[in-house]
Design a protein around this ligand. Sequence first.
Ligand code: MLT
Length: 210
Amino acid sequence: MTPIIGQLAGHTYAFSEGSDATAPPLLLLHGTGGNEHDLIPLASRLAPGSPLLSPRGNVNESGSNRFFRRFGEGVFDLNDVRDRTAALAEFIAAASLHHHFRAGSLIALGFSNGANIAATLLQLHPTALGGAILLRPMVVLDEPAAADSLTGKRVLIASGNHDPLVTADHPVRLAAHLQSGGAKVTLHTSTAGHGLVSADIESAQAFLNS
Ligand code: MLT
């Protein structure tokens, strides 16, 4: 099904209605340099029938779309992170009304920069998501989620053991921050770098099916 392209709350986004009203809606968050189309093939494979909501990151870094500003690789503008995370939560609220999602039902599927903003959404705006699949995330906000703010939510953190951008301590620290809020976190490590491999897809599929 060809997605429609829309504009809501300052975000351009793609939306695909899906064919299964009982399937969980997914929020797709692309990596640096990507766009709203990138994760649609993967999401359609992982969750056929699910409605897909896919905003484009509205920070332009030398022509590359991102979800928040950075000063260099892994050095983040934390004020911008907070502002853009709040703006994305507003987009989610507007899109949920417009497309009739139950509030808090969206499962984020984010890669790299998109996984990072999904994590900051969980930390700062926990009611925005029902859970998340974080592909190659790192710790951006080095602070625990508020106690009980993530109770009942499931999160998959999928890392690569040769990732040159994400050192091995990050997935564990991020998991601890989300567990502080009560999230049930699954850690999965593939023999991989920053790019995704088939083991990542299998772990995402198992997570969604369970
Ligand atoms: C990226 O290149 O996107 C980084 O690894 C993650 C980020 O900057 O958020």
